[in-house]
Design a protein around this ligand. Sequence first.
Ligand code: ACO
Ligand code: LMR
Length: 264
Amino acid sequence: GKVRVPTHIVSTICDDRGDEPTYYGVTMSELIEGDYGVGDVISLLWFKRKLPKYASKFIEMCVMLCADHGPCVSGAHNAIVTSRAGKDLVSCLVSGLLTIGPRFGGAIDDAARLFKAACDAGQSPQDFVEGLKKKGIRVSGIGHRIKSKDNRDKRVELLQNYARKFFPSTRYLEYAVSVESYTLQKAPNLVLNVDGCIGALFLDLLASSGCFTEAEAVQIVEIGYLNALFVVARSIGLVGHALDQKRLQQPLYRHPWEDVLYTS
Ligand code: ACO
Ligand code: LMR
């Protein structure tokens, strides 16, 4: 019989060999002629399934709401400085992307891991927060530089309202909110931030949409899919900042001496 030559690569998401490429089996024509959006494209290429409309709309909301947060945050700052150093667009973009991590934008996966473990174990918010404190670990998804109890993050409010209206369950979100109620007793800036909110809501989507098995949900959280939402979203803003600087013909950036405490 025929012997299959071993391949060097196994790939399961996009097939470009036929008349038209497919995203997990869905043709380009179907994407364009049918009722598909960017949230569906993300669902097909990342999760290998078409999610219900409310879920793909939620993914699109995450992308829209995290696309930018002004010029002062780490990522935009890096992209701006790089652009002003005369570098090309891709260099500006990756220089901004490289700041995404546990403190900025990249706390979604860890927040989901922590909230899932604590909520599934029935841990009280107090035991959860104090347990992490004993280990010297910050609660991912909690805390913000400029947002606080009296200056809440509109993005978080919009995502919460949407999920409470359309998700079958918001069990993990409510747990995260109860953690926030506890941390807010400690300091006013220890709010549930946008990373934490997305992390908790994705857990709800994985658990209650009926689209994922328990094993798949665990794998998604373990692999760390969720920071990718912020990466994709913020790329939109980083490109915007890089182009903005070029359009404005801004010169090479040098940080002012007055703003540095020289101690040597
Ligand atoms: N868990 C526990 N304690 C915290 C947390 C947290 N998540 N955040 C701050 N604190 C405590 C600090 O220990 C500190 O107390 P201490 O001075 O007694 O040690 C106090 O609150 C103030 O801390 P700062 O470092 O001044 O807070 P800052 O405003 O710099 O931190 C930050 C903001 C980085 C977001 C922080 O809250 C944090 O690390 N959060 C967890 C990571 C996270 O969720 N990042 C995503 C933010 S949203 C986004 O980037 C899109
Ligand atoms: C962001 O989305 O970049 C922010 O939440 C971080 C910040 O400090 O504004």
